[in-house]
Design a protein around this ligand. Structure first.
Ligand SMILES: *Cc1c(COP(=O)(O)O)cnc(C)c1O
Length: 429
C-alpha cells in the first residue's frame, strides 16, 4: 500500500492505523492485556530505558491504542500522536508536558468550561499561571500578554459552546514571534473540516468523545504533534525536551526522538506517572466511529445549516449563532479556514427569560437533554445550568455564554424531523 498520507481523508478514516498483514485479523484487534511477554531480562531492560521500541505495560502503550492514534495522526497530517483517557487529560498533558510550576501560559477565554477550569483553577494550584484573553482581541493586545516565562498558547478551532472561529493567523504568528508553540483543541470541526497544522499550529488536541467517536459510547482524548516546532531553538525555555531526563538515564528527547520528542516525553513521563490511559476497549470503539467520520461530519453540517436557517427565521428566537450563517460574525473566517463546513453545533436563545428557556427544552421530544454534544443523536444543553455552572456572571460573559443560551447539537437524523421537533417546542414559548 502507498503511505496513508497519499490517500484521501475518507480512505484514511477507514484504512488508516491498523493495516493487517497476510493472515491477520481484518479488523483492529483489541489487545486486552495489561502486559507483554519477553524472553530476555536484558531486552525488557532496554525497553524501560527507551533504547528499544516495544510494548511492556499498557499504562505506557498498548498496540490497539497506538493504531487508533496513528489513524488520527494521519487524519491531522501530524508526526506523532497518543490517546488519552479523555479530552481533559489531552489538554492537561499537552500543556503540562512543557509548562511547570513557575511558568505561564495563555488561553483563549472562549474555551470549553472544563478546559477553562483546568487551566485557571487546577493548574494554577500546580503553580502554572494562566492569562485568559478574548480570542477576538487585537494583535497588539495579544502581543502584550506574553511574558518571559510563557510556554504555550491554547485555543479552540471552534469554541465550545460560543462557536468562535479561531483567527489562526493572528494566534500562530503571535505564538511563534514569542518562541512558543500554538496548541489548538480541534474537537468541533475535526480534521475532516479543518486541519490546524496547515495554518501553522504546532500541537492539536481532541476530545474524541465527540464527533470522532460520534455515537456517545466512550470518553476519550488524543494529542497530535505536527513535529514542526523547533524546541532546540529555545533549549532553556523547554529544558524537559532539550536536556537529559534523569528519570530515563539521561535521555534527551529532542536528540533521540526528533519529531516524536513531544509525544514520547508525554508518554514516557506523564502517562507513566499520571496514568490517564484510554482503555483498549474504548480505543476499539473509537476506531469504529472514525471509520464513518468523513460521512457523518458533512451530514451534521448540512443538517445544522438547515436548522440554523430555520431558527434564524423564527419569530420566537432571540438570536442564533452558527458560523455557517451569513449573519454570523465568524462567517468569513469560517469560509477562510474551514470552507467545507464547520460543525453541527448551533447556539441560540429563545425569547423570554430563563424559565422560558427551560420550558422550551423540556418540551423537546426528539432532541434529548444530555450533557453531551457532537454525536449522531440531536441533543440540547443549557450551558449556564450545566457545563458552565461553575462560572460566575462575568466569566460567563467573557466566555461568550448568554445565561439564556441553548447549545443545540444537531444530529444526523432526518432534518425535517429535527425541525418539526424544534417547531412544536417553540410553539409553547
Ligand atoms: C468535551 C470537550 C473537552 C473535554 O473532553 P472530555 O472528553 O469530556 O474530557 C475538551 N475540549 C472540547 C472542545 C470539548 O468539547
Amino acid at each position: 500500500m502507498k503511505p496513508m498520507n497519499e490517500y484521501g481523508k475518507g480512505t484514511r478514516c477507514i484504512q488508516g492505523g491498523w493495516q493487517p498483514k497476510n493472515g491477520e485479523a481484518r479488523v483492529l484487534p483489541i489487545y486486552q492485556s495489561t502486559t507483554f511477554k519477553y524472553e530476555s531480562t536484558e531486552q525488557m531492560g532496554r525497553l524501560f530505558d527507551l533504547e528499544e521500541n516495544g510494548y511492556f505495560y499498557t499504562r505506557l502503550q498498548n498496540p490497539t491504542n497506538d493504531y487508533v492514534a496513528q489513524k488520527i495522526c494521519d487524519l491531522e497530517g501530524g508526526a506523532a500522536a497518543m490517546l488519552t483517557s479523555s479530552g481533559q487529560a489531552a489538554n492537561y498533558y499537552a500543556v503540562f508536558n512543557i509548562a511547570s510550576a513557575g511558568d505561564h501560559v495563555i488561553m483563549s477565554s472562549s474555551v470549553y468550561g472544563g478546559t477553562f477550569n483546568l487551566l485557571t483553577v487546577t493548574m494554577k494550584r500546580m503553580g502554572i499561571e494562566c492569562t485568559v484573553i478574548d480570542p477576538d482581541c487585537s494583535p497588539e493586545e495579544l502581543d502584550a500578554v506574553f511574558k518571559e516565562n510563557t510556554k504555550c498558547v491554547l485555543a479552540e478551532s471552534i469554541a465550545n459552546p460560543a462557536l468562535v472561529v479561531l483567527d489562526f493567523d493572528k494566534f500562530v504568528s503571535a505564538a511563534h514571534a514569542h518562541g512558543v508553540p500554538m496548541i489548538v483543541d480541534n474537537t468541533f470541526p475535526t480534521p475532516i473540516n479543518c486541519r490546524p497544522f496547515e495554518y501553522g499550529v504546532d500541537i492539536v488536541t481532541h476530545s474524541t468523545t465527540k464527533y470522532m467517536d460520534g455515537h456517545a459510547m466512550a470518553v476519550g482524548g488524543c494529542i497530535v504533534d505536527s513535529g514542526n516546532f523547533d524546541w532546540t531553538k529555545y533549549p532553556d525555555k523547554f529544558p524537559g525536551l532539550c536536556y537529559p531526563d534523569d528519570s530515563y538515564h539521561g535521555v534527551t528527547y529532542t536528540e533521540r526522538f526528533g519529531k516524536a520528542a513531544f509525544i514520547t516525553k508525554a508518554t514516557a513521563q506523564l502517562m507513566r506517572d499520571l496514568g490517564s490511559i484510554q482503555s483498549p476497549q474504548n480505543a476499539f470503539l473509537l476506531n469504529v466511529g472514525l471509520e464513518t467520520l468523513h460521512l457523518r461530519v458533512p451530514r451534521h453540517c448540512e443538517n445544522a445549516q438547515k436548522v440554523a436557517e430555520f431558527l434564524e427565521n423564527h419569530p420566537k428566537v432571540k438570536w442564533v449563532e452558527y458560523p455557517g450563517l451569513k449573519s454570523s460574525k465568524y462567517y468569513e473566517r469560517a469560509q477562510k479556514y474551514m470552507p467545507n463546513g464547520t460543525c453541527g453545533v448551533i447556539s441560540f436563545a429563545v425569547n423570554g427569560d430563563k424559565q422560558d428557556t427551560v420550558r422550551f427544552m423540556d418540551q423537546l421530544d426528539l432532541a434529548a437533554i444530555v450533557t453531551h454534544v457532537a454525536d449522531a443523536r440531536t441533543c440540547v444543553l443549557h450551558p449556564a445550568s450545566h457545563t458552565h455552572r461553575q462560572m460566575n456572571e462575568q466569566q460567563l460573559a467573557e466566555a461568550g455564554v448568554d445565561p439564556g443560551m441553548i447549545r443545540l447539537s444537531v444530529g444526523i437524523e432526518d432534518v425535517e424531523d429535527i425541525i418539526a421537533d424544534l417547531s412544536q417546542a417553540l410553539d409553547i414559548v
